[in-house]
Design a protein. Structure first.
Lengths: 369, 749, 414
């Protein structure tokens, strides 16, 4: 007798989903309203009805290889209409958090970030401690009464010698995780066609315009917040890159004058980030039904983003208005949170940027002609 | 009757459309006293009628005005004192035919003659006044039986409750919980059985006989004579009505070999799981170990043409209940459900929700096609078409089969057929007949010894059953319609049902039993001719023992003596007249409805000479469906051919073929019978009336063909009550087809 | 006790459940007062075309019941009457019956002259607003009693056309309401149900799109005494649909609407699928379900309909109904195939569930879904869908049971 493909219920996995806010999957009775109302579900592989069934049975391995988990933008049209209040949006979010943790390299870091509900003091505190110690060891803790340039607080060389290796590390992790995920996706679907980059490019276009997100109905306000946040990050990243070039390539003086294009770009990004994060937080508070359950997974991510943005803006203001000790402190805090953001990127909700991009690329490469 | 009064109403346009004087003349010519009134249904009109009756001017009335369906409550007269015939001049003549027309007038005059002829032949019914027994016999001491007993006792009747087992409780005895009988619906409810047993014992009016069976029941409603055999021998008792609440049993799981039952001890039925849980344990029968995972297989043998084609309606809910029980006491056990459709109708949906949300059961829609051992002491449940593509099976430590319910009923008609076949096999007229009878007897042998009620009825010892052996009513509107008057099935024996439904059903059946006793006491018929007084009279001197009446009566009214002479049990009778239609000797009649009366009506029709080219058509319309349909058409002012003369009948089954012969010999050109749909979804209120009529008509048509008289002259049409748009067309079309034939050659003879 | 035994039993509602309870008690020998809010008896079922699974017309049973009712001297029928107050008194009830103004009296012969002259039209409530009707009319051909009904509010100022036309002086435009106090031994509450409002289902086109009707409206579209004379047409047009879609659980088994299952809608839709196929054999019929709930021997009916050519049953609840060109488009996942479908339909029938009529002067206990629970100790029995979701056969069964409870509660020896 050929071996049968067995289904094994997994209460453990289901409990884990429960801890991550996906306990409502057990209510699902497979009516398929969710798939029918989802604006993003493709006709030939609709979601999230089948994913709900997998979640109910704790079939995490199947879910980990399922691009639909990432094609879901959690716009919650399904959650609003679900007749059993099984909240497919929350369930898939919980699944995503489990998949992120499951794919994490190294696994312990994934677990550490995954358990942010209890590990957050460490995740936020360790980088602060790191900077304080580093500045102390290198003798940079004596800040002037008035900071005219942050070079006076933390020398650029110190920043880059920390962040460049960290960036390299994160990139390496992204490659490992992305590679694993890519292999999983490939194992469960029709063969891919065409080139990776050929598919990636239009996907990036789609992400850049948030075209897909715009199809969501229930979560329309969130789309704006998300859009601003994403572009704010891109802007901030580009500004940082440009600054490196400006500093070392052209030896420009920092801080740049307010009217400098780089400065303007940086400030616009900051505004986008501030508005974006505020929109998202407000939406989450005011529309809990539409925005889905708020779990540690979301809170940690939003908190880090908020702290990075807040300290970033604050340091800019503080440098001009407040005593050097305060401005320096805020700036160091900013650097610390950025470090947390960098390091947790592959393990936190932030990682959806990676997985969703890959899933969308995979979708494009496997789509019927 | 002798003193006939005809009251002609000229209201609602009748007076303008007809020559009322001519009509009066027709009635007077027929020997009636005639009165006209401009509005018969007004207070003045009614007073005029009453004074005609009170003065003794008339003992029979033809009220020629509006339909008998209109203002019925105003025209209620004492049926023991007056024969009343309402003639629908308005609906059948003036609303539906051109005013002032010669044909319209001829129609009205014929109808008046016919009505007079009918009341002339009518007799006053004599109310039955019999000794009536008050007690109710309840057969079966489960949930439904005990509730029925309490209900009847609550309505003031003595009850004898007979239970075959040695204690009360039935199928629900044992387990401490069952499905909810009342809100809240999201959890199992503590068993009602122990409390019920106490209530039954405490109710002074209920006599309980356990370990007892019915040996014989003779008699009729109000006068059943019952022999019960119990531990102390046989007891005789008299009861007025019977409730059969013998319940249902689980389908025999040993036939479900493909699901591993019998081959693997760890495959059990839901009932077996209940018994296990009742003992407070949950263990695999094979090794006594606690199961880690239970697979519930829904529709095990149900919705399956090989086993039970029907759905038992409660198994899904029972599974939910069991999941909730298991999860409460053994939260570590994984419960998985493999289903085709989850059927928790109504508020039992809350129980499904609870099994999902509260108990966290795993659900997968799939078609289970086999259960086997996996070699490691576990079981493999194989399935296909699951909602998770690629998945084919699951493993479990314990498999629970949700098997359906089978009624504890006996097929009365089949048993009778078996006994008849056995008799013929023994005493048949020829070897061929004996052989054939032997074959039938073998086919039906499994019915041997299945009797429950042991009725001493010509038509079999138990209630007739519908499909799948449920002795249910066939009528949606009348779930207690029974073919054995005074005997009502209740609970899961009647139809698949859950405990909450069975309780209501028991109360309903108890009311019907009590009602039948009361109707018998008043000498009245029960449903559908409730309140009717006239019972059939049999002129037995002319009986040829052909047995058609005893066989065709839908209600088992007539027994046979040793010679085959019918013996009437008038309180079983439902007054449909099928026996009257069946009798070739025309010896069965009702006081107010008889072969003679209708023959006279036919005789009252004036048939024009052949050269007038005005054919005459006789239409027998079932008074329950076809006549109301034509009446409704009339209210919409639809028109139809004026050659048609209508005679409403109680049922097409009461149409005696002598009427057809009468009509043809009178020169009537065509005869149409319109009655209820027959076949599997029959709508005939008397089961097979229109079907019997069709069979009888088939024989007549053969005869006509032999006489070279076109068989097309006779037609039977099935019609539903709401087909009022269709019926005028049926009449027109038939009239047209008759018009195309040569006139009836018997005209003028 | 003896006094109570002389009192009648009150039945509230003359739908199929109330009618049954009243008749069964009266035929057992008890006096009954039957109060009905509407001017006709029969309730919801009088507006159905056919019953499942036999496809027999409800009027057939109503015919028998009307005859039983009229011929039984032990039933007193009060039409247009509601129970507005109830007080327990010495083990029985004192109730207040309020009768709305009876503008067409018992003198009406149903001759129809009034309708011919009536200048006013109203939206026909008995046809769920699918048609207009004269303000004075017979509600439908088989409506019982055979008496006309006037919707007084629709009368134009000062109009007396019907009064002048009536030869029998049966119309009283000035009639006022009546109030009566009455002692009754016990009560059967059979107040029935309302369909879940279509307007609450806008995402399924309910109340928004013209080609979307409810299952109760579909009954009228198919009924020979309905607004189209029994022709199944796309509402607002005179076109026959080429495709009809049935959307099951529209607002049922849904925590956002009715959390329970009404237990009848699957069978009702299967039945209506046959209406369509009987009339329009070429029409494509599809039915979208969560679970096919056809318990008992009704399974045979499912088998029959599912085996009918041109009828397709799809597992999946419809998510959206939108206008698409000339017709409608449904979005639904075929869960068994795992594919999203965008299906065209000319006519969409939403299988909406039943909501119990709430509000009674007896203070009946209600369950979480609003269904009333019998209270035999207070002499109150609930029958029909007021008690729980049920089909006709079950309502009649429960009504007979409730009648027994009411009699037992009345403490009467029959």
């Amino acid at each position: 007798m050929a071996s049968l493909s067995l289904i094994t219920p997994s209460p453990e996995i289901r409990d884990e989903l429960h801890r991550r806010g996906g306990d409502t999957a057990r209510r699902c009775f497979q009516c398929a309203t969710c798939s029918a109302v989802c604006s993003l579900a493709p006709d030939d592989q609709p979601f999230p009805r089948r994913q709900m069934l997998m979640a109910q049975w704790g079939q995490i391995d199947r879910l980990a290889a399922d691009p639909a988990v990432w094609l879901c933008h959690q716009c919650n049209d399904c959650t609003v209409r679900c007749p059993r209040n099984a909240r497919p949006g929350d369930v898939l979010q919980a699944v995503r958090s489990m998949v992120i943790e499951g794919l994490a390299a190294p696994a312990w870091l994934g677990r550490l970030v995954g358990k942010a509900r209890s590990t957050w003091p460490l995740l936020l505190g360790a980088p602060i401690l790191f900077w304080v110690v580093l500045l102390g060891l290198t003798g940079h803790l004596a800040w002037p009464a008035h900071v005219t340039a942050f070079e006076q607080v933390v020398p650029h060389v110190l920043i880059y010698s920390v962040f460049l290796p960290v960036a390299a590390w994160v990139l390496a992790v992204v490659f490992i995780e992305g590679g694993r995920f890519w292999a999983f996706l490939g194992s469960s679907s029709p063969p891919r066609r065409g080139s990776f980059f050929g598919a990636l490019l239009p996907v990036l276009g789609e992400i850049g315009t948030h075209r897909r997100f715009a199809r969501c109905e229930a979560a329309r306000p969130r789309r704006t917040g998300h859009f601003l946040l994403m572009w704010g990050f891109v802007g901030a990243a580009v500004t940082s890159g440009l600054l490196v070039v400006a500093l070392y390539g052209f030896g420009m003086e920092m801080p740049l004058p307010l009217g400098h294009p780089f400065k303007i770009l940086g400030n616009l990004s900051a505004i986008a980030l501030v508005v974006g994060v505020v929109l998202l937080v407000v939406e989450r508070w005011s529309q809990p039904r539409v925005s889905g359950a708020t779990t540690a997974f979301d809170t940690f991510f939003l908190t880090v983003v908020f702290l990075v943005v807040a300290t970033g803006v604050l340091s800019e203001v503080a440098r001009l208005t407040l005593p050097g000790q305060v401005a320096g402190g805020v700036y160091v805090a900013h650097l610390s949170f950025v470090l947390t953001l960098f390091l947790s990127f592959p393990y936190s909700k932030f990682a959806h940027a990676l997985y969703r991009t890959l899933a969308m690329t995979h979708e494009r490469m496997t789509a019927a002609e | 009757m002798e003193r006939i009064g005809v009251v002609l109403c000229s209201g609602c346009g009748i007076g303008e459309a007809l020559d009322m004087e001519a009509l009066r003349g027709v009635a007077e010519e027929a020997g009636a006293t005639v009165l006209t009134h401009p509005c018969l249904c007004s207070e003045e009109g009614l007073a005029a009628i009453r004074s005609a009756l009170d003065s003794g001017e008339a003992d029979a009335l033809v009220l020629a005005g509006c339909s008998p369906r209109a203002q019925r409550h105003l025209f209620r007269f004492d049926p023991e004192k007056t024969v009343v015939e309402r003639l629908a001049l308005r609906e059948m003549v003036t609303w539906t035919h051109p005013p002032g027309d010669e044909d319209t007038q001829a129609l009205a005059e014929d109808l008046v003659r016919m009505a007079v002829a009918k009341v002339e032949a009518g007799k006053l019914p004599v109310r039955l006044q019999e000794e009536i027994e008050d007690a109710v016999l309840v057969v079966g001491g489960g949930l439904a039986g005990m509730e029925a007993a309490l209900a009847a006792a609550g309505m003031g009747h003595d009850v004898v409750l007979v239970e075959a087992a040695d204690r009360l409780g039935g199928a629900l005895a044992g387990p401490p919980v069952h499905l909810p009988l009342a809100p809240p619906y999201d959890r199992p409810q503590p068993s009602r059985i122990p409390g019920l047993v106490e209530e039954v014992k405490a109710a002074g009016k209920i006599h309980v006989a356990t370990s007892s069976r019915i040996v014989r029941i003779t008699g009729q409603p109000g006068q059943f004579h019952v022999t019960v055999r119990g531990p102390e021998g046989e007891v005789e008792l008299d009861v007025g009505a019977i409730v059969q609440a013998t319940g249902a049993r689980p389908y025999d799981a040993s036939r479900l070999g493909h699901l591993g039952y019998g081959a693997f001890p760890d495959v059990i039925t839901a009932r077996e799981l209940d018994l296990m849980l009742a003992e407070g344990r949950l263990a695999r029968p094979s090794d006594g170990k606690a199961p880690q995972r239970i697979a519930f297989v829904q529709c095990a043998g149900s919705r399956d043409p090989e086993h039970l084609p029907y759905c038992s309606g409660e198994c899904c809910a029972v599974t939910m209940r069991q999941i909730l029980q298991v999860s409460r006491d053994h939260p570590e056990v994984e419960t998985c459900v493999l289903y085709r459709d989850i059927r928790t109708p109504g508020q039992l949906e809350h129980l499904y929700q609870a099994a999902q949300e509260g108990a966290g059961a795993f659900f997968l829609k799939a078609c289970v096609n086999g259960v086997t051992g996996n070699g490691n002491g576990r079981l493999t449940v194989r399935f296909e078409d699951s909602l998770l593509p690629g998945v084919e099976a699951m493993e479990a430590d314990l498999v629970v089969l949700a098997v359906g319910m089978v009624p504890n009923s006996a097929d009365g008609e089949a048993i009778r057929e078996l006994h008849d076949a056995q008799h013929r096999a023994e005493h048949g007229e020829s070897e061929v007949q004996k052989e054939e009878a032997q074959k039938i007897a073998e086919q039906l042998a499994h019915h041997e010894g299945t009797e429950i009620l042991n009725l001493d009825y010509r038509q079999g010892p138990d209630l007739p059953v519908l499909r799948y052996n449920f002795p249910d009513s066939h009528y949606i509107c009348f779930p207690y319609e029974t073919r054995r008057t005074g005997i009502y099935a209740a609970g899961a024996v009647r139809a698949p049902m859950d405990p909450a439904q069975a309780v209501e059903d028991a109360w309903g059946a108890a009311l019907k039993a009590v009602q039948c006793i009361e109707a018998a006491r008043r000498g009245e018929a029960v449903h559908p001719r409730s309140g009717d007084l006239g019972v059939p009279e049999l002129f037995l001197q002319r009986c040829t023992q052909c047995k058609r009446c005893t066989e065709e009566c839908p209600f088992g009214t007539l027994n046979e003596d040793v010679d085959g002479t019918p013996q009437l049990n008038p309180l079983r009778c439902r007054h449909c007249g099928i026996c009257m239609g069946a009798c070739p000797e025309r010896i069965i009649s009702f006081p107010d409805y008889s072969v003679d009366a209708v023959s006279r009506q036919i005789g009252a029709i004036e048939v024009p000479e052949e050269d007038e080219e005005k054919p005459r058509i006789l239409a027998f319309l079932c008074e329950n469906d076809a006549y109301p349909a034509l009446d409704a058409a009339a209210q919409l002012r639809r028109t139809w051919n004026p050659w048609v003369r209508i005679i409403p009948v109680r049922c097409l089954g009461s149409v005696n073929i002598v009427w057809i012969a009468d009509a043809l010999s009178r020169g009537i050109d065509g005869i149409i019978l319109i009655g209820c749909t027959y076949g599997e979804d029959y709508q005939c209120h008397y089961i097979r009336g229109s079907e019997l009529a069709n069979t009888r008509l088939g024989n007549v048509q053969e005869t006509l063909d032999r006489l070279a008289l076109e068989s097309d002259r006779i037609r039977l049409v099935e019609l539903a009550h709401d087909e009022f748009q269709r019926i005028p067309g049926i009449l027109d079309e038939f009239a047209e087809s008759i018009g195309e034939l040569e006139p009836n050659p018997y005209k003028g003879f | 006790m003896n006094d109570t035994a002389q009192l009648p039993v009150l039945v509230v509602g003359a739908g199929v459940a109330g009618l049954t309870a009243a008749l069964e008690m009266a035929e057992t020998g008890h006096h009954v007062v039957l109060a009905e809010r509407e001017p006709v008896i029969g309730g919801r079922v009088a507006r159905f075309h056919r019953y499942f699974p036999k496809l027999c017309p409800p009027t057939c049973g109503l015919e028998i019941n009307a005859r039983r009712l009229e011929e039984n001297p032990r039933i007193e029928l009060r039409l247009q009457t509601t129970v507005t107050g109830a007080q327990p008194v010495d083990g029985h009830w004192s109730v207040t019956l309020e009768t709305a103004p009876v503008h067409v009296t018992g003198r009406c012969t149903a001759c129809g002259l009034c309708t011919e002259v009536c200048p006013a039209t109203v939206s026909d409530r008995l046809n769920w607003g699918l048609a207009e009707a004269p303000a004075i009319r017979r509600p439908f051909p088989n409506a019982w009693p055979q008496r006309f009904v006037l919707e007084r509010e629709a009368c134009p100022e000062g109009c007396r056309a019907c009064v002048d036309a009536c030869p029998y002086d049966a119309i009283d435009l000035k009639a006022g309401p009546g109030v009566e106090e009455m002692e009754v031994a016990s009560v059967v509450v059979a107040t029935g149900w309302r369909p879940y409002p279509l307007e609450k289902l806008p995402e399924l086109g309910g109340g928004v799109l013209e080609g979307v009707v409810s299952n109760v409206q579909m009954e009228r579209l198919a009924a020979p005494d309905g607004p189209t004379g029994g022709r199944i047409l796309i509402p607002g047009t005179d076109r026959e649909p080429r495709s009809v879609a049935f959307v099951q659980c529209a607002g049922s088994r849904d925590v956002n609407h009715l959390p329970y299952c009404s237990g009848v809608c699957c069978l009702a839709s299967l039945k209506q699928a046959l209406y369509v196929k009987e009339q329009l054999p070429e029409c494509d019929v599809s039915l979208y379900y969560i679970d096919r709930r056809t318990p008992g021997r009704n399974e045979d009916f499912l088998t029959r309909v599912a085996g009918t050519q041109g009828v397709r049953l799809v597992k999946g609840k419809v998510g959206k109904v939108e206008r698409n060109g000339d017709g409608l488009e449904l979005t639904v996942e075929d869960a068994e195939a795992g594919k999203l479908l965008h299906e065209h339909a000319d006519l969409v029938v939403l299988a909406t569930g039943m909501m119990p009529e709430t509000g009674d002067p007896f203070g009946l206990p209600r369950d979480e879904d609003g269904f009333a629970v019998s209270d035999p100790r207070r002499g109150l029995a609930v029958a029909g869908v007021a008690h729980r979701p049920a089909d006709v056969a079950a309502s009649v069964r429960d009504a007979t049971g409730a009648a027994a409870r009411a009699l037992a509660a009345a403490g009467r020896r029959s």
